[in-house]
Structures are given as structure tokens and as C-alpha cells.
Design a binder for this molecule. Structure first.
Ligand code: UDP
Length: 454
């Protein structure tokens, strides 16, 4: 199938959720649609907003969110989503009304075709519906996670009281291979509030399609089950960072590119890359265990210690750590993660298993050590270790001996080579998905046709 472009110049309005892991796939989608002839407007909160200079071709429109400062943590995420949905609705309506008036007055060609919103920004659907504009949901996490979320209310109604048991190894009925301890219910604050949010995000309401940052080759079974449940077309465009021609945008910290120079000096597959994403935190004991785990592994490491990863503004590493590890280690505040994972020196990724990090690692054929925390991360870790066989799961309690051992298993031992072979096979399948004729490529063509027909 040839590459399809928008029939006439149409505008799509994108509404991202203001966290790095949500913004990245939304900006990737913006880049993808822009390359297919659509004009792009990003409507964003004033809190945690992307840098317009990173994408000068896009129009950026801020909306009021009533948030001056927010301590981002797992227990706070449900409240953040609810606050934004309450506070942004009126401002979004005003902004859209203005855009439409301007369109009419100036007889612009690129009329708004639809609103595409992150699944957590559901106020956008309400407003779009009121203004008779079509809306499409973007799912920034994976299909298996949505499947699990949709089952949670029913499990609760059926009396499963191990829903909040973070130690239960019992398999969740109908959600193979997940165990109760993989579900996010123990880490998200009040279960009632979490289930309320889930009820909203599992409902497509009047939205006319769902765009996924996943691929058929990774999630065929979950996607098929969900498609039976949802009566709207699915467009699976993942991994979107591979489909997009341009880079996304950092929210807070700049990439430290010095680590690429350091990687240049390392042997192939010799380095463990360590990053826990943009939200997860470590207490002082965990930070110390991680530091000693890296030191005792005797392997080169690249460690992202972003401001706020440890308790306090600066992370306190053990005194002898620097002396002991010397040039064997490179520590940065923020890494150009996709470039790091694509570097031949990187042999493993010790990760919190956020969905973006998971996709980015698989796309580059890098096996993982999984230290998940909240939302979908434990489910992703279970898929990585149990379903795809490309990850080693660490215990809930972080211990230096386990960390050092897992690093050596991935980088030095036969087990790591086997995992690398498996993840490279998945990387090849992903390459097929995104190239001409592949499932993600075809899905994008169908999405372009779909939006052009709205
Ligand atoms: N990221 C990055 N540099 C870093 C750490 C993270 O560029 O040093 C990016 C990473 O590539 C990914 C995103 O931040 O695209 C994190 O998203 P993810 O879903 O993995 O985790 P979250 O931050 O949402 O927990």
C-alpha cells in the first residue's frame, strides 16, 4: 500500500497529559500526522508543558489548569488526572470556540478535522462532543494494561479481596500471565478513586476510534480481545517513536549527550543502562543498594539520576562509590534514552518498565532487568519476564546482591545471550511492522484515510 497523505490540508488538535511518558507518544503522533500532511495544534496545560521551539511547525495553545505546583508521585496521579479534567474543561471549550471562529473569519483551509486526546484527558471528549467535533482517544500505555484495568471492577464485584495484596502470587482469572501482585491496585492511593478513574478511561463514550502505541506483533491477543469489546476502529501505530521522523520533547531536563561519548569508549554489549523513568523515586536505602549493586557487578554502567530520583534535591551516594567505580561508571541527570539504547555498547537496561521504556528497549534489541513500581509497570515486567522471556525480574525489596547478580546474568552469562537473541527477534518483527506493508504502516494509512473522511 502506498504512503497516504491527507486529501486536503486538515488540522488535528492534540491534547496530551502533562507527564513525560504521555507527552512523548503524543508528540510522536503529532510528528507522524504532520509528515502525512496534517496541520497540528497542541493544546497543553500550563503545568509541565512542552517546549514549542522543539517543533516550530506546530501551533501551541495553552489552557488554564489551576495548578501552580504539583508533587508528582504514584499516589498523586489519580488526583492529578481528576484535577486537570475538572479545571481544564471550560478553558478548552473557550480555546476551541476561538479557533473555530478564527477559521471561519479567516476562511482558513486547514479546518479542524478532529480532537485526539490522551486517554487521561477525557474532558476533551466532553467538549468535542458538545461542539459536534469528532474525537479520537490515544492510548499511551499498552493493550494488556487496558484489558487488566477493564477487568478490575468486575473482579472487585466478584469479591476478590486480594486485589490490593501486593504479595499474592495467585494468577488473576482471565488475565494470564498476570498475578494479583502485578495489578496496580496497591500503589495508586485510594482503591475507590482509582476504580472511578478506570471506569471513565475504559469507556470510549462518543469517541470514534482508538490510536495505540503498540504493535500487533507484541500484543495480538490483547488487541483482539479488546477489539471484541470496543465497537470502534483500532489504529495500532507503535512503536510511534520509530514511526516518527522527528524527536519528541523533554519536559524538564535537557539530554546530557556526554554519555554517548562515554559509550563510544565501551566494548559492545558491555554496559548496563539504568533509568527509572520520569516519576519513580528511590528512598536513601534503595539508592544505596542500587549504587552498591552497580559497584559490585564489576560491569560498566550508565546511570540516570534525575533530580528528585532520591529523597532530597541531591542524591547521596556512598562515599567510596566514586573511588571504587571511577571511569567504569557514567552518571547523568537525563539521558538521550533512545540513542543510548540504540548504541552497540549497551547490553542491558535496568528499568522501571514504563511502557515507553519497554517499547524503546525492545525496538533496539536490548534485554531488560525489571524493577517496576506502579500503574502498568508491574504488568509490563511480567510480560517481559514471563511472556516474552526477555527480562529478569528483581524482587520488590531492592538488594545489592540481587542487583549485581542480575546485571552479570544479563551482560556476562549465557542466559543474557539467549535473552538478547529473543529480543533481537522481536526487534526484527517490529521492523517489519513499521516498514511499507507492515501492520503499523498499514494502520497509519488507514488512520490518514479515517481522519480525512471525518
Ligand atoms: N527518558 C529519557 N531520558 C531519561 C529517562 C527517560 O529520554 O534519562 C524518556 C524515555 O525515553 C521515555 C520516557 O522518558 O520515552 C519515560 O516514559 P516511560 O513510559 O518509560 O516512563 P514514565 O516516565 O512515564 O514512568
Amino acid at each position: 500500500m502506498e504512503k497516504l497523505h491527507a486529501k486536503k490540508c486538515r488540522r488535528v488538535v492534540l491534547v496530551p497529559f502533562p507527564l513525560q511518558g504521555h507527552l512523548n507518544p503524543m508528540l510522536d503522533l503529532a510528528n507522524i500526522l504532520h509528515s502525512r500532511g496534517f496541520s497540528i495544534t497542541i493544546v497543553h496545560t500550563k503545568f509541565n508543558f512542552p517546549n514549542p521551539a522543539d517543533h516550530p511547525d506546530f501551533q501551541y495553545v495553552p489552557i488554564s489548569d489551576g495548578i501552580s505546583n504539583w508533587d508528582i508521585s504514584a499516589s498523586n496521579l489519580v488526583r492529578l488526572a481528576s484535577t486537570i479534567n475538572t479545571n481544564c474543561k471550560d478553558s478548552f471549550r473557550k480555546c476551541l470556540t476561538q479557533m473555530m471562529q478564527q477559521q471561519q473569519e479567516e476562511k482558513q483551509n486547514d479546518q479542524v478535522a478532529c480532537i485526539i486526546y490522551d486517554f487521561l484527558m477525557h474532558f476533551a471528549e466532553t467538549v468535542a462532543n458538545q461542539m459536534s467535533l469528532p474525537s479520537i482517544i490515544q492510548r499511551t500505555s499498552n493493550a494488556a494494561a487496558l484489558l487488566a484495568f477493564c477487568k478490575l471492577p468486575r473482579l472487585r464485584a466478584e469479591g476478590y479481596d486480594c486485589l490490593q495484596d501486593s504479595t499474592s502470587d495467585e494468577l488473576v482469572p482471565g488475565l494470564h500471565p498476570l498475578r494479583f501482585k502485578d495489578l496496580p491496585t496497591a500503589s495508586m492511593g485510594s482503591l475507590d478513586n482509582f476504580l472511578q478513574l478506570i471506569a471513565v478511561v475504559c469507556n470510549t463514550r462518543t469517541s470514534s476510534a482508538i490510536i495505540w502505541n503498540t504493535t500487533d506483533c507484541l500484543e495480538h491477543s490483547s488487541l483482539t480481545q479488546l477489539q471484541e469489546h470496543y465497537n470502534v476502529p483500532f489504529f495500532t501505530l507503535g512503536p510511534m517513536h520509530k514511526m516518527a521522523l522527528a524527536k519528541s520533547s523533554n519536559l524538564v531536563i535537557k539530554d546530557d549527550n556526554n554519555c554517548i561519548e562515554w559509550l563510544e569508549k565501551q566494548a559492545p554489549h558491555s554496559v548496563i543502562y539504568v533509568s527509572l523513568g520520569s516519576i519513580a523515586t528511590l528512598d536513601q536505602k534503595e539508592l544505596t543498594e542500587m549504587a552498591w549493586g552497580l559497584a559490585n557487578s564489576d560491569q560498566p554502567f550508565l546511570w540516570v539520576i534525575r533530580p528528585g530520583l532520591g529523597s532530597g534535591s541531591e542524591a547521596h551516594l556512598p562515599e567510596a562509590f566514586q573511588e571504587l567505580t571511577g571511569d567504569r561508571g557514567c552518571i547523568v541527570k537525563w539521558a538521550p534514552q533512545k540513542d543510548v539504547l540504540a548504541h552497540p555498547a549497551v547490553g542491558g537496561f535496568l528499568s522501571h518498565c514504563g511502557w515507553n521504556s519497554t517499547l524503546e528497549s525492545i525496538s533496539e534489541g536490548v534485554p531488560m532487568i525489571c524493577k517496576p513500581y506502579f500503574v502498568d509497570q508491574k504488568m509490563n515486567a511480567r510480560y517481559l519476564s514471563h511472556e516474552w522471556g526477555i527480562g529478569i525480574e528483581l524482587d520488590e525489596v531492592m538488594q545489592r546482591t540481587d542487583i549485581a547478580k542480575a546485571i552479570r546474568r544479563i551482560l556476562v552469562e549465557e542466559e543474557g545471550s539467549r535473552m538478547r537473541q529473543k529480543v533481537i527477534a522481536l526487534k526484527e518483527q517490529i521492523k517489519h511492522c513499521i516498514k511499507e506493508g507492515g501492520s503499523s504502516y498499514n494502520s497509519l494509512n488507514k488512520l490518514v484515510q479515517f481522519i480525512s473522511s471525518l
